[in-house]
Design a protein around this ligand. Structure first.
Ligand code: AR6
Length: 173
């Protein structure tokens, strides 16, 4: 059931080529970069993002960003005002960490609301290096955004390959 007025869109491609008020990064707790989307965002966004992340580490986030939380920085040279960094859970077969993954979407939208961002682009958080099965990652992402208490007008899921796009498409249609 849709409980907000947020439009959900799907795009296949590279999130660093998107235009949005805020682009979400699937980061890690260190906030200091990595591979996957994180590497791509820092590469294309330039050094201002890392500089802002270092400042966060030196101030409120001395121990890093906890799993399921989100924090914003400049978007540097990306076509966005902000990057919202969130830390997805590593997938586990022994422990259900779905709540933490849902929290990434909820917290990112909460930060977007605080910033006044109206359009937000998300990657498939945790569905790469962190090993979350794509169909389940897509289900959690779409259900959580649909149920979120947010003023964000448009959420675009930017899926890197066709399989990811199709997994999300099955959830929205
Ligand atoms: N645009 C859109 N999606 C992308 C892009 C891109 N440029 N690049 C990869 N993807 P991942 P995670 C897809 O691994 O699983 C980093 O090292 C990718 O195909 O980026 O949350 C961080 O620092 C997959 O579907 O994020 C952390 O240590 C999805 O984005 C760790 O990886 C997420 O894959 C986080 O792992």
């Amino acid at each position: 059931m849709t409980t907000n007025n947020t439009t959900i869109k799907l795009v296949q491609g590279d999130i660093t080529r998107q235009t949005a008020d805020a682009i979400v990064n699937a980061a890690n707790s260190s906030l200091l970069g990595g591979g996957g989307v994180d590497g791509a965002i820092h590469r294309r966004g330039g050094p201002a993002i890392l500089e802002a992340c270092r400042k966060l580490r030196a101030s409120h986030y001395g121990k890093g960003l906890r799993t399921g939380q989100a924090v914003a920085t400049t978007a540097g040279e990306l076509d966005a005002q902000w990057v919202i960094h969130t830390v997805g859970p590593v997938h586990s077969r022994e422990e259900d960490r779905s709540d933490q993954l849902a929290s990434c979407y909820r917290e990112s939208l909460r930060v977007a609301d605080e910033l006044g961002a109206r359009t937000v682009a998300f990657p498939a958080v945790s569905a790469g290096i962190y090993g979350w099965p794509m169909d389940d990652a897509a289900r959690i992402a779409v259900e959580t955004v649909r149920a979120a208490d947010t003023s964000v007008e448009e959420v675009t899921f930017v899926l890197f390959d066709e399989a990811a796009y199709e997994a999300f498409d099955r959830q929205v249609s």
